[in-house]
Design a protein around this ligand. Structure first.
Ligand code: SF4
Length: 236
């Protein structure tokens, strides 16, 4: 498990909680619009200073009683086989855990969200990216993926055993209103769905740095169309 960084305080990344974020290195996708190449591309990961697990847990021990939760983010955290043990150690210190995931590892998601005998799951909240409509998935995230796994993760979360949200970054040239309507049909009935506007930052494929985000009005129009399918549907 390689830790690429810690954000010591966030008031926005864990809904309703005061939290910190830990960034794990490595990802199995290569979304061309990704802003986190230093956590995704092996040649960039190598250049980054790392934080040891000891440093991270020492930091958490100091924040007991001050922070409520830990956001585990990437890269893609679920590619780490040791993730359950990592979560267990965080939970033992008394923190809630939110996991950010691309949904490609339903097996891991299922084990993290299942309730062991002690009666609580290893994680408390999941934010899953639903990046594209089902038909477009396997050729747009930069690698060949099995879209059935994404669907399996969607279904695990929709069972509602733990709190969750789906979210989509609306990248112009990749997604338009019709695509978001397709995604909305796919995940219909979900508790929360958030639409995020694209930010043209240091992307994996530099061509995306020149793409202008959609105007807010366009996102509002999409939100208005799809919101009857969800309990909560908002723009972030
Ligand atoms: S956007 Fe997320 S899933 Fe895609 S490459 Fe970046 S970290 Fe991985």
């Amino acid at each position: 498990m390689e830790i690429g960084g810690i954000q010591k305080l966030t008031l926005i990344d864990y809904p309703g909680k005061v939290a910190c974020t830990v960034f794990l290195c490595g990802c199995n996708f290569r979304c061309p619009w990704c802003y986190s190449k230093e956590l995704v591309l092996p040649e960039e990961i190598k250049k980054q200073p790392k934080i040891s697990e000891k440093e991270f847990f020492d930091f958490l021990k100091e924040r007991k009683g001050l922070l409520e939760g830990v956001v585990i983010c990437g890269g893609e955290p679920t590619i780490n086989k040791a993730l359950p043990e990592f979560c267990e150690k965080i939970k033992k210190l008394g923190f809630l855990i939110k996991l950010d995931t691309n949904g490609s590892n339903p097996k891991m998601l299922k084990s993290l969200t299942s309730l062991p005998r002690s009666g609580s799951s290893l994680i408390d909240y999941v934010a899953m990216d639903v990046k594209l409509p089902k038909e477009k998935y396997s050729y747009s995230v930069g690698v060949k993926i099995d879209v059935k796994k994404i669907e399996e993760s969607i279904n695990i979360l929709k069972q509602g055993k733990i709190d969750y949200e789906f979210r989509t970054t609306i990248v112009p040239t990749v997604l338009d209103k019709e695509d978001i309507i397709e995604i909305a049909k796919w995940i219909k009935g979900a508790k929360r769905y958030y639409l995020q506007n694209f930010r043209a930052e240091k992307t994996i494929n530099p061509k995306f740095e020149k793409i202008k985000p959609y105007p807010d009005k366009y996102l509002l129009e999409i939100q208005k169309t799809i919101s009857p399918s969800f309990e909560i549907c908002e723009i972030r």
